[in-house]
Write a protein that binds this ligand. Sequence first.
Ligand code: NAD
Length: 735
Amino acid sequence: MTYQNFTIDTDDDGIALITWDMPGRSMNVFTDETMSEIDQIIDQIAADDAVQAAIITSGKRGSFTGGADLKSISGMFDEFQAAMMKNGEAAVANLFERSGRMSRLWRKLETCGKPFIAAINGTCMGGGFELALASHARVAARSAQMGLPEVKVGILPGAGGTQRVSRMMDTQGALQMLMKGTTLSAESALKMGLIDIVVDDDELLEAAKAMLRAGVSPVKPWDEERFKLPSGPVYSPAGAKVWPAVASLYRKETSDNYPAAKAIVKCVYEGLLLPMDTALKVEQRYFTEVLRTTEARMMIRSLFVSAQALAKGARRPKDVPASELKTIGIIGAGFMGAGIAYVAAKGGLNVVLIDQQQAAADKGKAHSEMLAGGLVAKGRISESEAGALLGRITATTDYGRLAEAGLVIEAVFEDRDVKAEVTKTVAAVIAADAIYASNTSTIPITSLAATFPDPERFIGIHFFSPVDKMPLTEVILGDETGDRALAVALDFVRAIQKTPIVVNDSRGFFANRCVLRYMNEAYDMLVEGVPPAMIENAAKFAGMPVGPLALNDETAVDLSYKIMKTTMRDMGEDVVDPRHFKLVETMVNDGRLGRKAGKGFYDYPEKPAKKKLWPGLKTMFEQQDPEAIDFEELKQRFLVTMALEAARTIEEGVVVDPREADIGSIFGFGYAPYTGGTISYIDGMGTAAFVALCNKLEARFGERFSPPPLLKEMAEKGEIFYQRFNPDETSTKVA
Ligand code: NAD
């Protein structure tokens, strides 16, 4: 038989090598067609007397599969919603049936009577790893990475993942891995018992064959009578040690915001009490239940579908040819410039890194030496790869070296005059078609572009710190920025593997505008006398990764002070709440500048002691009785104030595509991922419900919660953002 996506070669020993290699795709994914073909292949292998065993691998270099095609899951949501309107019961039954397809398929493979080995040659995620777990043995290439990341997009491994992992390793470890969606290196998967052997990449197939020759049972341990669970039965002295701790682990990891994580715990708990076939049914039931939650719908849409579309350049002007960037220039080898140099060199670009003094430029390059060294120590790259990466960075004071750069990024002091001077010097030496970008965090791009001879070639590329870790960049269009500058900026962002959002010029652009709201709300709570610990906890329970006071310490309290003063100077005294100003000014005058000073809203004792909220904070304001404070309302205030600001940026045309507000908020400042982002938070509850919530908060806390006219109008018309600002229509819209 021949297949569209697979080839099968059977050798003289009766070992069938099944190679998965989807034509026209860079990665293998599960589509209806691949699933049907796998189904037929299992039948073929089981029936063919000439075949004793099978190896399944991928023909794609460095990758086995990216997993389920989440776009098709996203489409399933839409179909499901439409079907629900007609006949709820039938719709749910249909969803249950469809969502169990892969699970049934892997069980069929597992019980087909002949041994299958998964030869994992590279990235193997989600459904692909579940296929490997269902196989009778697993060999992984040393460079391979694998995992079940479903929980990160709001769902759970629904094709046996929860059941097989928890039967192959200890319960606590299994739950950690499943609830965090951890990506594992081949070595760690081996240590956890999820992989049988790890070999050098080029020995993969030989190793798999050798294993088969040595004998691999076609019956899985859990289908044998005497199978024992790794952590013992649930109701046993061993189980009694494990399970009581699980509730606190779950709370700690999720703050009870993620239905998928809760369902994972239930799947494992209930599944371990049952034989495999029934356990898989239980998993399928929870999978179907989770698929129906708002959280799953919003997370898949934002964190998978939109994130991918934006990373691939949804906003890139289509008619500009691909830029062939080889070398970039960076001016300013300080905190940010050094970080940008590293990610650019890691992305394969040559970097000319310039500062005023050679020592400063060298110090900037030393940052890359430190990070590359760390990767070598962790075994993530080889010594020679690290050497090549560093070899691509030239630290210098010589502006003449910029002649070869197709893009120059300025990251000097946040000072208009210094930037103007640098811009002029660079403009005099770069190629006539080179693009110039500023990494400014506060100065409007249009005004900076005025100091450059050709504002069409001027753009903002705003990075977040630490640059090597943060996945987002904001690309900012000045009034005169041209399409080619945008295309080059987006090509660059893609080369360094970050996700861009494209925004129009505005004070604070997108992310910082929203983050300032977060911190301001915390100032308001402090002034009201909400205990500081309650403020931080409310934010974390709302799903934020870092409390607003801790975040303020990280970004520096004196920076907040500076921003307040600049805003007052530019926009008038009354735009900053005097109580906020006094609070921040007092902190700065006391030297409480944040983590860098060892004291801010928190005190930072010597390690290993942990940071602690500064006790003096409580004495600055009369404290309310915690019992009298509505904790849920504190959580809402944080989420609503940032979502409102995001809605304002759309109303003002700063952000034109709701996907960018969602991705910008999750990737830029960790906005409660289970909501799908600031705009999906509004859409998820419905605009009318959100406006009602704003009205309630406005009545209690003032005008800052007043919904803007756009939201009121949308609420009246029953519109949501993803309809009114349809991403498919806005995707190529630039300004
Ligand atoms: P920094 O003070 O760490 O680095 C600035 C560097 O620029 C210094 O090494 C300095 O020697 C160099 N420099 C100054 N004048 C120069 C000149 N004329 N020619 C060459 N080099 C010169 O500052 P930073 O935190 O890296 O910030 C740089 C820019 O990035 C600022 O515009 C800032 O607003 C922006 N930014 C900062 C952050 C952040 O978190 N720090 C985040 C996003 C954007």
